[in-house]
Design a protein around this ligand. Structure first.
Ligand code: FAD
Length: 440
């Protein structure tokens, strides 16, 4: 049911002298002080903060999914350490009670007239908009891949549809190539494509199959990881564990009938390499969702929401803010980054609502727990300039058991209990305390 709020009517309707609640046989218009598009990590945390501040009925979250997933857990699901149902909760349980949940997909934006349109044809007006749409997984851009998911040996930790196939493929592995891919597009959690490779390597070793396996990491990137400190640590891991890394190789086709994967050499586009696979873990090409990409007024040339990278305010529409993976903030796209951004958004959106200019500045803090097996992890933390920004007062560039338990046991609780309820804005305060006030 749509609820009418303090209505900011689209300009066209204002001119036509329409009443506050506008409704025809096919269209209904309601309006909110704040509309949040997307109820994932960023949308849900933002809704929690602002619905408690603004009160019941002032905030709407538009989100079509019935389940909310803690996606970082899928690395562990793919490695058989957690079950898929440990990673999700019904959306109705995680969205704040004081916000109205509009269980719809947004199908278009009209930022000049301050409304969005949902799949059922309704228009939802807003005074302020937060775009938190995340990333779209473009599996069908790889020829043959959708069909290959129907066959044994092919999995992907990036989707609840295919993550369980990763562990199935590991358990059924006999002999041959185990191939792990990284696409030629921005991705969420750029470490996840290789975390599952280290987990798989250890699994095969512990189950006596390692000598039958050739482990290959084919990445489109020119580096193993974007931050040198952690890349150096990971090169040591791949060398010690006899993993073959090929840079600038992009998966373009999967042939499930012959169990072959075709990669393009991104430096010599005419050149392709075909590998037989026993196991194939695919990280799909990603983009912002089509609805955002197609709104040129809101996006940059790559289809990402165009925001000021420090204030998170839209560059053209001051009543629009962005959070999370769908923005063009130049930092690694993670839930950890989202947590830090919620603090910036809390301050800057509140200031803007009160008629002031944003003053809080995001440093690009992000984090990637680089799980390297069933008990070890390198906890990478860095800013948008690629400088390490570590929480703990020891060298986080080393594999550690404590960091593995942080990832497996502490972070899920932090996400569900604190972050989604609007109480976790990243580790800035603990970091300062642990560095005796000497850290940023
Ligand atoms: C395998 C894997 C491992 C990861 N590991 C880590 C990790 O270790 N650490 C870490 O910090 N992060 C990790 N991440 C990344 C993290 O999950 C994301 O960065 C984070 O969820 C981004 O939050 P978001 O709110 O931007 O997007 P999301 O949480 O993806 O939410 C986007 C929401 O928008 C909704 N939506 C989409 N289209 C529409 C539409 N048209 N209308 C309305 N709603 C729509 C979606 O249904 C979704 O609920 C991992 C991710 C994966 C997949």
């Amino acid at each position: 049911m749509l609820v009418q709020r303090s209505l900011v009517l689209p300009r066209a309707l204002q001119k036509a002298g329409s009443k506050a609640h506008f409704s025809t046989a096919t269209t209904s218009l309601s309006s909110y002080k704040l509309v949040i598009v997307g109820g994932g990590a960023g949308g849900c945390a933002t809704a929690a903060k602002f619905s408690s501040k603004l009160g019941k009925g002032q905030v709407a979250v538009i989100e079509p999914s019935t389940m909310h997933y803690y996606q970082p857990m899928w690395t562990l699901v793919g490695g058989g350490m957690k079950k898929l149902n440990n990673s999700g909760k019904p959306m109705s349980e995680v969205l704040p009670k004081k916000a109205d949940w509009i269980k719809q997909k947004v199908v278009s934006f009209d930022p000049d007239n301050n409304f969005v349109t949902t799949e059922d044809g309704n228009q939802i007006g807003y005074e302020f908009l937060v775009v938190a749409l995340g990333l779209q997984l473009n599996y069908s851009q790889v020829k043959g891949l959708p069909e290959a998911f129907e066959t044994p040996g092919v999995g992907s930790n990036y989707s609840p549809l295919y993550v369980q196939k990763t562990f199935e493929s590991l358990k059924n592995f006999k002999e041959g190539n185990a191939i792990f891919t990284f696409p030629a597009s921005p991705v969420k959690c750029a470490g996840a494509p290789q975390k599952i490779m280290y987990i798989s390597e250890e699994y095969l070793r512990k189950n006596g199959k390692r000598s039958n396996a050739n482990i290959i990491y084919n990445t489109s990137l020119p580096v193993l990881f974007g931050i040198k400190k952690y890349a150096d640590a990971l090169w040591k891991v791949v060398e010690e564990r006899n993993i073959n890394v090929n840079l600038r190789r992009n998966l373009i086709e999967v042939k499930p009938d012959t169990r072959e994967a075709v990669f393009q050499n991104l430096d010599e586009p005419e050149e392709t390499f075909t590998y037989e696979y026993e196991m194939l873990h695919v990280t799909p090409p990603m983009s912002t969702p089509d609805v955002l990409k197609s709104c040129k007024a809101l996006t940059d040339d790559s289809g990402f929401l165009n925001v000021n990278k420090e204030t998170l305010q839209h560059t053209q529409y001051p009543n629009v803010f962005g959070i999370g993976d769908c923005t063009n903030v130049p930092t690694a796209k993670t839930a950890a980054a989202v947590a830090a951004q919620t603090g910036i958004l809390r301050k800057n959106l509140s200031l803007t609502m009160n008629g002031s200019s944003p003053t809080a500045l995001y440093d690009g803090y992000t984090s990637c727990p680089l799980v390297t097996g069933y008990s070890k992890c390198i906890l990478a933390e860095f800013d948008m300039n690629g400088n390490p920004l570590e929480t703990f007062p020891f060298d986080q560039g080393k594999e550690r058991r404590t960091m593995f338990h942080m990832k497996k046991d502490v972070m899920p609780a932090l996400y569900w209990q604190l972050m989604l309820r609007g109480f976790w804005e990243g580790p800035k305060i603990p970091r300062k305390i642990m560095h005796l006030g000497l850290s940023r």
